[in-house]
Design a protein around this ligand. Structure first.
Ligand code: 6PG
Length: 247
C-alpha cells in the first residue's frame, strides 16, 4: 500500500515535506538523541531546503543534534555548482547553527572508488558510535530524502547500472553512460534500512515515469526508484498535481 500525498503546487509540497522533516527530527532526537538525514540532490528539494533555512521551520529543529549525509554526489569539487553538497550548503546549511563535524559530505572530488570507500567508512563509523556491537545490524538513517529523475532513477541509481541491485555494500561508485560522468551513490542496502523515506517529485515531465514506478510492474533495472522499499520503515511519496496527473 503506497502512502501518496498530492499537493496543488511545488510550494505546498515543500511545506508538507518541511513539516515531515520537523516532526521526524523531533521524534528521532527524543528517541536516540540525534537525527540522521540523507539529503537528496537535484533541484526539487531546493524549495524544502529554503523553507528549513527560514522561520518558522528553522526555529523548530534542534540543529545541534542533526547529522547531515547525502544520498548521492556528483564527482566534482565541493564548490562546484553541480555539487549536491554545494547546493545544500548554499541554500540550507550555511544559514543554520549546525556543527561542522555533523556535516558528512561525500568527498567526491577524490577518485570515485576511494570516495565510495571513505563514505562507507564514514557511515560505519557514525552508526557504530550510535550503536553497540550487536545493534550495528540496525544501522539506519532516521530520514532519507529522495528525488526521481524522468527516467526513473533515484539518488544515482540509474537504469541498467549495477548499484541498483547492490544489496551488500552501502556506497557505490559508478560511471553513468548517459551522463558520461562518475557518480557516488548510496545503495538499496542502506537506503532500505531507513526509518522514514520521503520521495519528493514534482512536474509533468515525470508523470508518465512516476505512474509506471508506482503502479507498473516491478522492473527496477528499468525504473530504479522501484527498488526503494524500506525493510521496517515507511515510504511516503510527496507529489504535486502535475507529477501525479496520470494517476
Ligand atoms: C541528483 C539526485 C537525483 C535527483 C533526480 C531528480 O544528484 O541529481 O540525487 O537523483 O534527485 O535526478 O532531480 P530534480 O529534482 O532536479 O528533477
Amino acid at each position: 500500500m503506497q502512502n501518496i500525498k498530492i499537493f496543488p503546487d511545488p510550494q505546498l509540497l515543500a511545506q508538507a515535506a518541511a513539516e515531515q522533516f520537523v516532526q521526524i527530527s523531533d521524534r528521532s532526537i527524543h528517541a536516540h538523541g540525534v537525527f540522521s538525514v540523507a539529503l537528496s540532490g537535484g533541484s526539487t528539494p531546493y524549495l524544502l531546503y529554503n523553507l528549513l533555512a527560514t522561520e518558522p521551520y528553522s526555529e523548530r529543529v534542534d540543529w545541534s543534534r542533526v547529522h547531515f549525509f547525502w544520498g548521492d554526489e556528483r564527482c566534482v569539487p565541493p564548490d562546484h555548482s553541480e555539487s549536491n553538497y554545494f547546493k545544500a550548503h548554499q541554500i540550507l546549511l550555511q544559514h543554520l547553527p549546525i556543527l561542522e563535524e555533523n556535516v558528512h559530505r561525500i568527498q567526491a572530488e577524490l577518485k570515485p572508488e576511494l570516495a565510495a570507500e571513505l563514505y562507507e567508512e564514514t557511515l560505519l563509523q557514525f552508526f557504530s558510535n550510535l550503536l553497540d556491537e550487536e545493534e550495528r545490524v540496525h544501522a539506519r538513517f532516521d530520514l532519507v530524502l529522495l528525488g526521481m529523475g524522468d527516467d526513473g532513477h533515484t539518488a544515482s541509481l540509474f537504469p541498467g547500472t549495477p548499484a541498483v541491485l547492490e544489496n551488500r555494500r552501502w556506497v557505490a561508485a559508478q560511471y553513468v553512460d548517459k551522463l558520461a560522468a562518475w557518480r557516488i551513490t548510496l545503495t538499496p542496502a542502506i537506503l532500505n534500512r531507513a526509518e522514514h523515506i520521503i520521495f519528493l517529485v514534482s512536474g509533468a515531465a515525470k508523470s508518465y515515469t512516476l505512474q509506471r514506478v508506482i503502479y507498473g510492474s516491478y522492473m527496477p533495472d528499468r525504473y530504479p526508484s522501484q527498488v526503494i522499499k524500506p525493510e521496517n520503515g515507511d515510504l511516503i511519496w510527496l507529489l504535486d498535481e502535475a507529477a501525479a496527473s496520470l494517476f
